[in-house]
Design a protein around this ligand. Structure first.
Ligand code: BTN
Length: 252
């Protein structure tokens, strides 16, 4: 199937016309001991997003999961998620899209009002799953959903989707995927460099944010990001380090 897709990647490529979820397939491959595999599908029938949401994945998108086995503790895994966000953003920018990263790892296209996220639309999302011991991960699956050659109307409107087709016209999905995988491969070699690359394309830093974290809501100015992907929010009283949550950009 890899030959059929014709992707030259630093990963073994497995391509499916239709599959429930490339992440689920990559997890199965992890269980079989595989490493450095890219699972791709034209269509997913049971795509999953963050927070156990469904992820609409019709034919025409780029539905990609990368299985890696880095020698890092589980706490460093967010850096791989950020690396995928940077990789997609670079590929989208090369294709002429004004793509930016919204913390932690949504790739978005700014709306008319760049100061708030009014009108900000989502081009890609990333769902990372992993397994491991306390001191070292066994595997990490970085699942990346890119709304590529799709009409926005083909996707749920509540997801406020942006698509490559709508932004710049149809792309060569094979070449686009190749650029994403190559950039990810380069970034994973140096996880600490990911933060610098992420900052370059971030839309969240400098904005007023509300983050819905497992420990409650944090509202303030997003002032920095620290390895492996921690957002620093200045609430006016203190600087809070947020490691996970849903982030909303507020009007200043
Ligand atoms: C998000 O909620 O923003 C993350 C979406 C992740 C979707 C991708 S598509 C490829 C991979 N397979 C899945 O089932 N999910 C991820």
């Amino acid at each position: 199937a890899a030959v059929e897709y014709g992707l030259e990647a630093p990963f073994d490529v497995e391509f499916h016309d239709s599959i429930p979820s490339t992440n689920a397939r990559a997890r199965d491959l992890a269980g079989e001991g595989a490493a450095d595999v890219a699972v791709l599908a034209d269509e997913q029938t049971g795509g999953r997003g963050r927070l156990d949401r469904a992820w609409s994945s019709p034919s025409g998108g780029i539905w990609l999961s990368l299985l890696v086995r880095p020698d890092v503790p589980p706490a460093h895994a967010p850096a791989f998620t950020l690396a995928a966000a940077v990789a997609v953003t670079r590929a989208a920018r090369e294709a002429g899209v004004d793509a930016r990263i919204k913390w932690p790892n949504d790739v978005v296209v700014a709306g008319e009002d760049a100061e708030s996220d009014d009108g900000e639309r989502k081009l890609a999302g990333i769902l990372t799953e992993m397994e491991g011991e306390a001191d070292r991960v066994s595997w990490v699956v970085v699942g990346t959903g890119i709304n590529a050659n799709l009409e926005p109307a083909a996707l749920p409107s509540e997801a406020r989707p942006a698509t490559l087709l709508d932004e710049v016209g149809a792309v060569d999905r094979r070449l686009f995927t190749q650029r994403v995988v190559e950039a990810f491969d380069e970034l994973r070699a140096d996880p600490e460099s990911v933060i610098q690359a992420w900052k370059k394309h971030a839309t969240t830093l400098g904005k007023r944010v509300r983050v819905d974290t497992p420990a409650g809501e944090v509202v303030g100015d997003a002032v920095d990001i620290e390895f492996p992907g921690t957002l620093v929010v200045d609430t006016g009283e203190e600087r809070v380090q947020v490691t996970a949550g849903d982030c909303e950009h507020l009007r200043p």
